[in-house]
Write a protein that binds this ligand. Structure first.
Ligand SMILES: NC(=O)c1ccc[n+]([C@@H]2O[C@H](COP(=O)([O-])OP(=O)(O)OC[C@H]3O[C@@H](n4cnc5c(N)ncnc54)[C@H](O)[C@@H]3O)[C@@H](O)[C@H]2O)c1
Length: 349
């Protein structure tokens, strides 16, 4: 199968690219190489005859038409997006252009290609989205996001992703484009860009800096190991029912404070400090404006219909992640010099 994957130089996209090539699929990685991209993420497959890279911006329709015509993919997995909530608070414009207009361009380029190819039956447009489109949950384990939960996005990022989900469903209804959607919870793991909570905590801890926790640290997230997520995405694009969405979660809800304390305990074991614990570096900082209290995924649909479950607990995944950051300083060190990394963003609201 030939997959056109957008955003394949980013965190999750690169995990999908690496896994797809390792399973013998052909991959065309389409990425504009924004501040969040790193071609090192796909270095292990870059020389494979199964892999091709196209630097293209999804805001550029003509470039997309060229890529579709040149590579003739069997399916599309659309992950390219502006993804950092804090940046969306400071500068929502890029999120509107890439996540909404860019997805519109992808849908139109895919539709015209699909029509020109005679509407092949196996074609799929798989849109990768977030559970943040559903809004915020109370701290009550009996309430979770299902695929039928009403949309209620709260940040510029989640509103732009919600808009893109609506566009994808509209293109299925209106034009018959064969689509599948997934909405996943918070990912973590190797190659996570060092502006997101988990890499920030690991790298600040090692540098002897404060470990910033927004508010009281009681926000709850359901943590999904990125390589598990990539496995689920490849399953959905091949076996998912047309025009259906699947929530993908890690079955591992933790408060941010619990998560950071677990990271500190792992670091205390793997790289002990001369005295004390890394948890001594925890500091509480002003909360993110509109910070959603809890996200939690009801994983029944993907488990019951496609037989998928995550393979690791968050403690196992964090252990692997910490080890990966300890072993890969040459990857993360240069990224810390990129604009905005290491600074507190998203407090201007
Ligand atoms: N990271 C998470 O926890 C998470 C959770 C739920 C959903 N998602 C979704 O998964 C997808 C991937 O997220 P990620 O964390 O890997 O993001 P990321 O920021 O690490 O990577 C995004 C990639 O998209 C590329 N890109 C951005 N704008 C582009 C444009 N205009 N044209 C072409 N390429 C462009 C970037 O260069 C980068 O390589 C996104 O759609 C995101 O909304 C992420």
């Amino acid at each position: 199968m030939k997959l056109l994957i957008t955003g394949g130089a980013g965190f999750i996209g690169s995990a999908v690219v690496r896994l797809a090539v390792s399973r013998g699929h052909e991959v065309v990685n389409v990425d504009a190489l924004t501040y969040a991209a790193c071609l090192e993420n796909v270095a292990t497959v870059a020389d494979s005859p199964l892999y091709a890279f196209e630097q293209a911006d999804i805001r550029d329709r003509a470039a997309l038409d060229r890529v579709f015509a040149a590579h003739k993919p069997d399916v599309v997995m659309h992950l390219a997006a502006e993804s950092h909530v804090d940046r969306s608070i400071d500068g929502p414009g890029d999120f509107i252009e890439t996540n909404i207009t860019g997805t519109y361009n992808m849908l139109e380029a895919a539709r015209s290609y699909w029509v020109a190819q005679g509407k092949p039956a196996n074609f799929r447009f798989h849109h990768i989205s977030t559970d943040e489109v559903f809004g915020s949950l109370p701290n009550d384990p009996s309430v979770m996001f299902t695929e039928d939960t009403a949309y209620d996005p709260r940040s510029p990022y989640s509103a732009s992703k919600a808009s893109s989900d609506h566009l994808v469903r509209a293109w299925a209804e209106t034009y018959g484009l064969p689509v599948v959607l997934t909405n996943c919870s918070n990912n973590y793991g190797p190659y996570h860009f060092p502006e997101k909570l988990i890499p920030v905590v690991i790298l600040n801890a090692l540098a002897g800096k404060d470990l910033p926790i927004y508010g009281k640290g009681d926000n709850i997230r359901d943590w999904l190991y990125v390589e598990d997520h990539a496995d689920a995405l490849l399953l959905v694009v091949q076996k998912g029912e047309l025009n259906r969405s699947y929530n993908i979660g890690g079955e591992n809800e933790r408060t941010n404070l619990e998560l950071v304390k677990t990271l500190c305990a792992i670091l205390d074991q793997k790289r002990p400090k001369d005295s004390g614990s890394y948890s001594d570096q925890i500091t509480f900082v002003t909360d993110r404006p509109g910070h959603d209290a809890r996200y939690a995924i009801d994983p029944s649909r993907i488990r019951d219909e496609l037989g998928w479950r995550p393979s690791v607990t968050v403690e196992e995944g964090l252990e692997k992640t910490v080890q990966w950051y300890l072993d890969n300083e040459a990857w993360w060190r240069p990224l810390q010099a990129r604009a905005g990394v290491g600074q507190r963003l998203g407090v201007k609201a």
